[in-house]
Ligand binder design. Structure first.
Ligand code: FES
Length: 288
């Protein structure tokens, strides 16, 4: 009995000697060791693994200001997207790995990245469709904030410049009355309404690269979406055409089709830009 009491006293003494910070540190080390063990087991159990070469850059942390690539090996499973692999890498290897994502179903447009040399949505890109190892970089032609996150402000400013909101001539009489559109007109603007503001098109465009004020394919497509909407009326359409009929508007497009090729929503962007060029010419014709 006395030995038991002595042992208890000893343990209590030891606990009292250890500070709360040390206890937390020890617990963290144990958790980390367990995590590493789990990871080894997972990788051993996986039938196939794939390596991601991920661009890293953090201007605010000493020693990480130099851009570099980090390799992360992840277990592959059928149906896995690049976004799944990024999330796995962040949760398993390095919680500081930074990238944007939200809906995971090609709707929010926040995870457009440069994957294996092409602009794509990470959540829509199946790993099986790519060559391995997979190289993941931030969108080109944009300033990198950290790792895979780019500064989208310029893109948003260009979108804002075309007044991207519905602005009808007449409002319906009743408060709850619908603003009706003919099926034919709806069909005409249908594809242009699919834009999710991901910025892939702007990033792929050579003309929009660098420091210039070209409105870019996404903003021009947005202008198309409203200029072609019959409910806005002819006066508003003329105003909209004036916005895109300027030095940094539709005339900068050299029909390279790169925007159309990378658009994850299959919007015929180049076609819309060409149609607006024709509309702008018609808008300037004078008949005496
Ligand atoms: Fe929303 Fe990919 S996470 S588009």
């Amino acid at each position: 009995m006395s030995t038991q009491l002595e042992q208890q006293d000893e343990t209590e003494e030891q606990t009292a000697e250890t500070s709360p910070q040390e206890r937390r540190r020890e617990a963290k080390q144990i958790r980390e060791a367990e995590r590493q063990e789990r990871l080894k087991e997972e990788l051993k159990a996986a039938e196939e693994t794939v390596t991601l070469k991920i661009f890293r850059y953090d201007p605010e942390v000493e020693g990480k200001e130099e851009p570099r690539f980090d390799n992360f090996t992840v277990p592959f499973h059928e149906g896995m997207t690049v976004l799944d692999a990024l999330i796995y890498s962040r949760d398993t290897y390095d919680s500081s790995l930074t990238f944007r994502h939200s809906c995971r179903q090609a709707v929010c447009g926040s995870d457009a990245l440069f994957i294996n040399g092409r602009q794509r949505l990470a959540c829509k890109t199946q790993m099986i469709d790519l060559d391995w190892p997979i190289r993941v970089e931030p969108l080109p032609h944009q300033d990198v904030v950290k790792d895979l996150v780019v500064d989208m402000q310029h893109f948003y400013d260009q979108m804002d410049a075309v007044e991207p909101y519905f602005d009808p001539d007449d409002l319906p009489d009743g408060e709850l009355e619908e603003q009706r559109q003919t099926p034919g007109n709806r069909e005409k603007v249908k594809l242009s309404t699919r834009c999710i503001w991901c910025g892939a098109c702007m990033s792929s465009c050579n003309i929009a690269a660098g420091q210039n004020e070209y409105l870019g394919p996404a903003a021009i497509n947005k202008a198309y979406r409203f200029a072609m909407d019959e409910r806005e009326g002819t006066d508003r359409k003329k105003e909209r055409l004036r916005i895109i009929d300027q030095e940094n508007g539709v005339w900068r497009c050299q029909t390279q089709f790169s925007c159309t090729e990378v658009c994850p929503k299959d919007i015929p962007l180049t076609e819309h830009i060409q149609e607006l060029k024709r509309e702008a010419v018609k808008n300037n014709l004078k008949f005496w």
